[in-house]
Design a protein around this ligand. Structure first.
Ligand SMILES: Nc1ncnc2c1ncn2[C@@H]1O[C@H](COP(=O)(O)OP(=O)(O)O)[C@@H](O)[C@H]1O
Ligand SMILES: [Mg+2]
Length: 317
C-alpha cells in the first residue's frame, strides 16, 4: 500500500556568523536512506529515541516535508507525480495524528466545528450527512455526543487524543500515521488509546503507522517494527519476535539487554560524526560491539532470519 524507497532528508543548521568562521554548517541527516513498505491492513511500528528521525519520516510520507531524494509511493504511484486531484485524495486517505495533537485542536472552537472542519475542507456531505459522520467517528473513539458542544480545554488529555483521532476518522482514511499517540498520557489512558488503534485496525482493516519511543506499546501493537537510529532503519522485525529475537545492538540497548556508550555520545554527536567521516555505522561510536569495519563501512539492512533484517556487521560473525 505504501512503499518508501531510499528516502533522504537533511537539515542544514547554520551557525551564526562568528561561530561559522571556525565551523562549517552542521548537516543533520534526519532521514538517511530509509526504505520499507507497509501492507494494507498492517500495523507498522517505528521505534527509536528522540532525534532518530521518526517525525521527519512521517511528515515526509505525508508530503508535509519534501524529501531531498528517494520516493514515497502510495498504491503503486509515486506521490511526487500526483496530479492536484490525486494529491487531494491522498490527503484524505492518508491521515495524521501528531504528537502535539492537543495544540492542533483550536481552543476557541467547539468539538462539533473541530470535527466538521476536515469535511468542509474536502467538500464532503450535506449538513445531515456530516452530522451522521461526526457521530459515527465519536462512537468509534468511544466518546459521548454530549461533548460536541464542549471546547477542547474542557476535556481530559485522553479525551483530546480521542478527538484528534476522530478528526482523522471523519475522512474515512485508509492509512493513519500516528506520531507518539500516547506521549504524556498516564499508563491506563495510554493502554486505552492503544487498544482503540488495535480495534480500528481489526474492525475496519485500517492500516496504521505508529511512531513511538514506547517499546512496550510497539511490540503489543505492531505486526512489524522498524527501529530507527540516526535517520536510518537499523532493524526491521516482526512484532511478535521483537522482544525475544532482536538482533541489533541498538535495539538491544533500547530493550535494556545490552549497554551502550550512548550517554557519552548522544544523537547529536552521532550526526556530527557521520557528517565528518561520512562513513561507517551511525551507531558505531556508541556500540559496545563495534569493530574496525563499523567505523569504515556503512552496514546495509540484511536478512538475519526470514522477515527479519538488521544493519549490522555482527551478522557475519
Ligand atoms: N526543521 C528542522 N530543522 C533542523 N533540524 C531538524 C528539523 N526537524 C528535525 N530536525 C532534526 O532532525 C533530527 C530528527 O528529528 P525528528 O524527525 O523530529 O526525530 P524524532 O521524531 O525521532 O524525535 C533531529 O536531530 C532534529 O533535531
Ligand atoms: Mg518525533
Amino acid at each position: 500500500m505504501l512503499e518508501v524507497t531510499g528516502l533522504n532528508k537533511a537539515f542544514i543548521v547554520r551557525h551564526n556568523i562568528f561561530a561559522r568562521l571556525g565551523h562549517p554548517d552542521h548537516v543533520i541527516r534526519a532521514v538517511d536512506g530509509v526504505s520499507f513498505e507497509v501492507k494494507r491492513g498492517e500495523i507498522f511500528g517505528i521505534a527509536g529515541k528522540s532525534g532518530s528521525g521518526k517525525t521527519t519520516l512521517g511528515k515526509t510520507i505525508l508530503k508535509l516535508i519534501e524529501p531531498d531524494s528517494g520516493c514515497v509511493a502510495y498504491k503503486g504511484k509515486d506521490v511526487s507525480s500526483f496530479s492536484p486531484d490525486e494529491l487531494k485524495t491522498y490527503h484524505r486517505q492518508v491521515q495524521a495524528v501528531f504528537q502535539d495533537a492537543d495544540s492542533t485542536l483550536d481552543p476557541r472552537q467547539k468539538l462539533n466545528s473541530i470535527l466538521e472542519e476536515p469535511l468542509l475542507i474536502h467538500h464532503l456531505g450535506s449538513d445531515d450527512e456530516r452530522r451522521a459522520i461526526i457521530r459515527s467517528a465519536l462512537e468509534q473513539v468511544n466518546l459521548p455526543y454530549s461533548l460536541l458542544e464542549r471546547h477542547p480545554s474542557e476535556l481530559s488529555g485522553g479525551q483530546r487524543r480521542r478527538v484528534a483521532l476522530a478528526r482523522a476518522l471523519v475522512l474515512d482514511p485508509e492509512l493513519i500515521i500516528a506520531d507518539e499517540p500516547t506521549t504524556g498520557l498516564d499508563p491506563v489512558v495510554s493502554a486505552q488509546i492503544l487498544s482503540l488503534f488495535l480495534q480500528l485496525n481489526r474492525e475496519r482493516r485500517l492500516t496504521l503507522i505508529i511512531i513511538t519511543h514506547d517499546l512496550a506499546a510497539i511490540s503489543y501493537l505492531s505486526h512489524r517494527v522498524a527501529v530507527m537510529y540516526g535517520g536510518k532503519i537499523v532493524e526491521l522485525i516482526d512484532g511478535e519476535n521483537f522482544e525475544k529475537a532482536s538482533f541489533h545492538p541498538y535495539t538491544q540497548f533500547l530493550q535494556g539487554i545490552t549497554g551502550s556508550r550512548m550517554e557519552e555520545t548522544g544523537y547529536i554527536d552521532v550526526h556530527r560524526m557521520s557528517r565528518t567521516t561520512g562513513q561507517g555505522c551511525v551507531y558505531a561510536s556508541a556500540c559496545p560491539a563495534a569493530r574496525q569495519e563499523c567505523f569504515e563501512t556503512v552496514p546495509m539492512l540484511r536478512p538475519v532470519a526470514p522477515g527479519h533484517y538488521a544493519a549490522c556487521f555482527g551478522i557475519d560473525k
